[in-house]
Design a protein around this ligand. Structure first.
Ligand code: PMV
Length: 339
């Protein structure tokens, strides 16, 4: 009781989430679709401790203060608030104490944080599960996904397993993600080309806030549901050529919004564009691979399992590519120990 450990994978969006209808509740402007990234794992332990005077956050073995710690504390406030709701409604003795307690949070990634590998998605998914279990809350998958969404929108997609859709919903209750196919439905790979960043990019929370300043955002949002339907059916039919076209188009539409926002968000580096050109050419020559890019310079090359070794080999020699990481399709967030 009061302590639990959970694990979650980051996810890569195949149909992107960009812009919120409600910035505080992180209710998205459009639905999105992703796959979890097997092999990349965030492991988080939460312990509510009567001896603490404030929340403590340890990331990768080091205590963190400032904005990162405040964001986690604000997130834990949601868990504490849920705990007191349960106490009020069912008078649960299990959870009665926790609404007043601070927590010790220890989180580590088995991959480099801050390299643009979506650690906020796996981080808040693992935190939602570990904190709610430590607090004695027994949340179902949809409730957990909603909770994770409050920490980082895309984190709601790291709660269910495999291929995951976040139907945007209308309000806090209806905005959560669900799995459309398990991880073993289709053995795709995400071969990530990590590219050097000279300047710290604008984070996605700030990015969502300026999405509506782009005149292209309305057109992107208006057509997102159609692209999502195409991507969903390509996944269900394991149709790689159909998936490749819509995944590249959707990523380019998001970046079209980013580079026409005010302020301008230009995440691409020269090597980002070099990889995009290379992969398009490889696909024309018969390699089953396509690109998608998040709010950073790295390029995620989505490909079939048999194409992955060749894709990784070729990416390693593209100038400006610093490292190549291959991941498969991952399962859901899960507890590895709890009371
Ligand atoms: O969850 P956030 O607020 O970090 O936003 C994620 C935004 C993108 O990664 C660019 C797209 C997505 O759908 O994951």
């Amino acid at each position: 009781m009061m302590r639990a450990t959970a694990q979650a994978h980051p996810n890569i969006a195949l149909i992107k989430y960009w812009g919120n209808r409600d910035q505080v509740l992180r209710l998205p402007s459009n639905p999105s679709l992703s796959m979890n990234m097997a092999g990349l794992i965030t492991t988080t332990t939460v312990e509510f401790d009567p001896g603490l005077q404030h929340d403590v956050l340890i990331l990768g073995g080091r205590e963190v203060s400032g904005q990162g710690a405040e964001r986690v504390s604000r997130f834990l406030d949601h868990v504490r608030a849920k705990t007191s709701e349960v106490v009020r409604t069912v008078g649960s003795p299990e959870t009665s104490e926790i609404s007043h307690l601070f927590a010790h949070v220890d989180s580590r990634n088995n991959f480099p944080s801050g390299a643009g590998l979506a650690s906020s998605a796996s981080g808040f998914a693992a935190l939602a599960l570990a904190a709610s279990a430590a607090a004695g809350l027994r949340l179902n998958e949809a409730e957990l996904s909603r909770l994770a969404r409050l920490g980082s929108g895309s984190a709601c997609r790291s709660v269910p397993g495999g291929y995951v859709e976040w139907a945007m919903g209308e309000d806090d209750r209806s905005s959560y993600a669900h799995s459309i196919a398990p991880a073993d439905h289709w053995d795709l790979r995400d071969v990530v080309a990590l590219i050097d960043v000279e300047h710290k990019a604008v984070g996605s929370t700030e990015g969502h806030a300026v999405a509506a300043t782009s005149p292209l955002q309305a057109a992107r949002v208006a057509t997102a549901t159609d692209r999502l339907a195409q991507a969903r059916s390509a996944i269900l039919n394991r149709d790689f050529p159909a998936l490749a076209d819509v995944v590249e188009l959707d990523s380019l539409m998001m970046h079209a919004v980013m580079i026409t926002s005010s302020p301008v968000l230009m995440y691409w580096q020269p090597a980002t564009i070099a990889v995009m050109h290379a992969v398009r050419q490889w696909r024309l020559n018969g390699l089953a691979a396509c690109t998608t890019i998040d709010a950073g310079p790295n390029v995620h090359v989505i490909c079939t399992a048999d194409a992955a070794p060749e894709v990784a080999l070729r990416l390693r020699v593209v100038p400006g590519v610093r490292q190549v990481v291959t991941t498969g399709v991952g399962g859901p967030a899960h507890l590895i120990s709890h009371p």
